[in-house]
Every structure is written in structure tokens, then in C-alpha cells.
Write a protein that binds this ligand. Sequence first.
Ligand SMILES: Cc1cc2nc3c(=O)[nH]c(=O)nc-3n(C[C@H](O)[C@H](O)[C@H](O)COP(=O)(O)OP(=O)(O)OC[C@H]3O[C@@H](n4cnc5c(N)ncnc54)[C@H](O)[C@@H]3O)c2cc1C
Length: 544
Amino acid sequence: MFHYYCIRTILKQNESNSNRMEPAYAQNRNSLLNRLSTQPEWDLVVIGGGATGLGVALDAGSRGYSVLVLEQADFAKGTSSRSTKLVHGGVRYLAQGDVQLVREASIERGLLCRNAPHLVKNQTFIIPIYSQWDRLKYTIGLKLYDWIAGRLSLGASVFISRAATIEKLPNVKTEGLVGGVLYHDGQFDDSRLAINLVQTIFEQGGHALNYVKVTGLLKNERNQLNGVMVVDRETGREYTCRAKAVVNCTGVFVDDILHMDNPAAQKSITVSQGVHLVLDKKFLPSEDALMIPATSDGRVLFAVPWHNKVVVGTTDTPVGEASLEPKALEKEIAFILENASNYFVQKPQRTDVLSVFAGLRPLAAPQKADQETKEISRSHKIIVSSSHLFTILGGKWTTFRKMGEDMVDRIEKELNWPHKRSASRQMPLHGHMDGVNRNDPFYFYGSDTARVKKLINGHAGRWISETLQIHEAQVIWAVQEEMARTVEDVLSRRTRALLLDARESIRMAEPVAQVMAALLGKDKAWIQQQVDDYTRVAEQYILN
Ligand SMILES: Cc1cc2nc3c(=O)[nH]c(=O)nc-3n(C[C@H](O)[C@H](O)[C@H](O)COP(=O)(O)OP(=O)(O)OC[C@H]3O[C@@H](n4cnc5c(N)ncnc54)[C@H](O)[C@@H]3O)c2cc1C
């Protein structure tokens, strides 16, 4: 324990030396919760702290509205930490003829590269080509993709020779290989972006809380919504929050909130699961990502370099129930391994999988009874109930900002508020820094990197995982600056240990819990509970 008292003392010294004004999100949780009792009314209360809710709050805050985000678990605990990590126009949507969605997403991709350059990078993708027909088809298709993005294109697509393709993708199947089509898209870290969005929302005067669940909706005598009932999931304490507009951004849980408003409400979404496998970099020893344009079920499959590993996915499987911890099905795992193996010389086996994670897509309910989930448009949809519950569903991480802008425009219109201009398009997000060195293990903190390093150098901390390059100082940072409350918050969403190597992350749980306990004033029983809870979750990310 002595070690952790040292940490706290040095932290205090660091803070007093820097004369820094403490940002609101770095206050202790009680101060953040106090605001729930003291704020008489918010302009907007946003239910759900995933990409969509944070996009709405970002945009509302940029217009000067007072906004509160309430998340029942951790920020990005749901779908928003389980994406393929692409900020993309969507080559697949182009093949489906959804030009408008591709155009919208390409613009947002360009804006996000500018607004969060420390987290979003220009990623080259290569489609390996095995026939002259495919060469023609994909060369033309990707030229169209470039053209749709216009000025915000990340670079021109080109056909590259067989030799260049093999040099760039050393593990690619060479038999019958004609060459490759190289194109550009964006790649990012989803939950890190969510955390930076929370910080940005605070910095523009908004407020956000994790582990606070909305349990009911409040209405006035005209049956119009005017607030929400919530419970702090750590203490069980209940609060009432008044709001001029209540926004339902709960992803695959939107129907639960719609039912609170109207028990007879129709089902608005259908849920589709997508799974990813994380492999060692030896399966894609390259800076380039691989795109397989036609798998055995007619989808695309990506293998994307990410934090020194490779993320391979995804699937599209309809599922009946929404859950915060969805489980990969055996057939999805087999599908990914089989399709990746068709393109790799060194073929990945089950034992090579470092982590398997599943996410759920909240898709607008199908128009036709026999429509497959992969055919349902990924564009977003806004529903406004007669009591003015504002619900948004569908969409993509890439378009989160535009979804927010559209929602706030709609609220202004429906509630007859005078229009205020959105400023989220050009808004640099917390951590914004150009030219980060991606070989630096702490690059993703962007403009905070220097402060994280100061913490490392300022005390006798240690690496919690040398293989994943995760340091004790990052745990401290996560608790003090990024609202982490549990071991899982740190290992899954502030760092990405759970997704990068689930076994290694279980080993890290105890040292992480000890550092957190010292900072949060928790006892041994809390440490044990945290380790047990985390292990239970993380075991589901391991393939036996
Ligand atoms: C497999 C897969 C791969 C994908 N890949 C990409 C990609 O590469 N690029 C891309 O652009 N998009 C991608 N997407 C889409 C993207 O991830 C989603 O569109 C986005 O994350 C959805 O965010 P959301 O905020 O709507 O939902 P969520 O992230 O699920 O957030 C909803 C939140 O609401 C909270 N909540 C629910 N009920 C309550 C309540 N009562 N009170 C308080 N909080 C509540 C939940 O806890 C949850 O955190 C992918 C999706 C999947 C499934």
C-alpha cells in the first residue's frame, strides 16, 4: 500500500506545480452528482453515452445549450467500443447503391480526421485481385468512391502490381494473384474517441455521468416530457432531472425508453450482431489493411492493423435480445477464421485468437418481412413521439456528429426554439494534436501525452503490462482525468487491453484494482470484487 500513498503524494505535487485549473470531469464523482440536484432544468437531457448520445451532446453544447448526458454503464460500454475501428465512407454501401450515405460519411470522415487527428488516421487498404474482371470492377468502383468524397478524399485509389501487393501484404495468398487495388479510408480508436468527446462536452459547459441509469420519464399536465428519473448505480440514490427536451440515444435499448413513454409503442429496431477476432501482427505484418470484398455470405471482411495487433471482422447475425455483453457465436468465429484463411498463407487457428469481441447494431426495423439485416440501410432515423420524446437510431460511428446535428435541428424545429447555429463541424476535440508519433505507446492521448509522461516520470510507477505497453500512470490518469470507475473501464475502454489480449488483461486486473482502490479510497473487498467481476467478463473474450 505504501507504494500507492507515494503515488498520491507525487500526484498532488504535480498538480500544485502546474497551476492548472481542474476541469469539471476531473472532479470527484460526488461533485459531479451534486449537479443533478442543483441544476433546476437542462435544455437537453441525453440518455445514452455511446457515439450517438455524445454526438447529440457535442452539437447541442456547440450551440450553447445546457446539456446532460446520462449513461447507465460506462461511456461506450455498448456498441461504441466494439466497432471495426473504421472511420469510413463505406465501400459496401456504395456497392449497395447508397450514394447519399457514402457521401455523408465521407464528409464526416474528413471532418473527424481534422478534429481528432490524434485518434483518426489515414489508413491504406488493399483489395487483393485474382481476376481481370475484379481488377476492372474494383478499380472503377473505388475511383467512384474517391470522387464521392470530393475535397475531403483521403487520397486517390490506384491499381498496384502483383509484386507490390505481395511486398505490402507479405502473408497474402499469391496463387492466381493479379495485383491489388489500394484505397484510403480512416481508422480510429472508438472508445478513446468517446472519452475525448466526454471531455470536450464538459469543456464547452455540458455535463455527463457514467453509471447513472434513466429509470423513468416525467411528463407535465399536457402529457409533454419534461424530465427523467435516474438512479446512481453505485449508491442506489435516486434523482430527478428536469429538461426541456429528452433525447433517447440508447442504441439497441431504444425500445425500452420508447416503452417508458408509450407502453404500446411499436418495435423500432432490429438487432444484428457483429464479431471481431484479434490476432497477432504476424498475420498481417504490414501498415496496410486488407479488405476482402466478397466473403462466403456476400459481405466484406476487413483485417485492420490496430495497436500493434490485427482486428479481423465482421459478421452480420440477427439476434433476438439486446445485451451489454453480447457473446460471439461459434459459427461467427468459424466464418471469420475460414474467410481470413482463404486469403492468408499462414492461416490463423482458434489458438491464435488473442481476443474475440461482439457488438450489436441498432438497425431501423426492416421495411419488408424477409429483408436480411445486411441489406438494411445504415443511415440514421429520427422518431418524435407525441409527447416529444426524441429518439435516434441506426447510423454509424463515422456519422455521429452529423446525427447529433440533425437531431438538434429537429428538436429546435419541433419545440419551436429559435435556430442556433451548430459549431461542431470545425470543433477540435479534446486531445487534438497534429503529427502524433504513432510509434509512441502513449500517442493516443494526443495533447495530453506530455502530462501522462510527466506522471510516469514523476513517480516510481511501473509497467502493468510490458507486452501491451500499459503503465500504472495510465490507470491513475484514467481515474483522475477520464472518469474510470471500475477495472473494466480501465482495461477495456481507457486502455484497450481487453480487446488486444484478453488473457493478459486478466493478469493485469489485480494491479489495476490496487491502484484504483488507493485513489478511490476503496478497501480489499472492493479489490477482490473488481478482480472477480472483471475476470468473469474477460473470460468471454477468450476462445478455449
Ligand atoms: C460489429 C460492428 C462494427 C461496426 N463497425 C463500425 C465501423 O468500423 N465504423 C463505423 O463508423 N461504425 C461502425 N459500427 C456502427 C457503430 O459502432 C454504431 O453505429 C455506434 O457505436 C452506435 O452508437 P450508439 O450510441 O447508438 O449505441 P451504443 O454505443 O450502444 O450506446 C447506447 C448507450 O445507451 C446506454 N443506455 C441504454 N439504456 C440506458 C438507460 N436507461 N439509461 C442510461 N443509459 C442507457 C447503454 O448503456 C449504451 O452505452 C459498427 C457496429 C457494429 C455492431
